[in-house]
Design a protein around this ligand. Structure first.
Ligand code: ZN
Length: 120
């Protein structure tokens, strides 16, 4: 069983989570605005550029969905830190390594469980 992460390590991950939360909420605000602009343009542009605009909007909303999902994960991670349940895998309950959390502080699964999920 891997060693649970220390309080100091949680503190540094907390800082990381809070700054990505800030970044994401700004991005989500911005992309929400740009999606509106595309919609307005559609009524007065030609067919080709309308398709362009729709494609752009689809790409923008896919990116937005990813950002929204990540935002939710970050909020969950912050809640877990508050509840002192942070750093454990959702599937198997093992401690997630600090190295992994440093790369993705919002992750909810250990490497082994993540691999299984990605294979399905
Ligand atoms: Zn696991």
């Amino acid at each position: 069983m891997s060693k649970p992460i220390t309080k100091a390590q949680i503190q540094s991950l907390l800082k990381q989570l809070l700054s990505s939360k800030e970044e994401l909420s700004e991005l989500l605000e911005l992309s929400g605005q740009s999606a509106d602009v595309v919609e307005l343009d559609q009524s007065r542009v030609g067919r080709l550029s309308r398709m362009d605009a729709m494609q752009q909007q689809q790409m923008a909303s896919a990116g937005q969905r990813r950002q929204q999902l990540q935002f939710k994960l970050i909020m969950k991670a912050l809640q877990k830190i508050a509840d002192e349940e942070y750093g454990y895998c959702n599937e198997c309950g093992e401690g997630i390594s600090f190295a992994r959390l440093q790369i993705r502080p919002e992750c909810e699964l250990c490497v082994a469980c993540q691999n299984i999920q990605e294979m399905v």
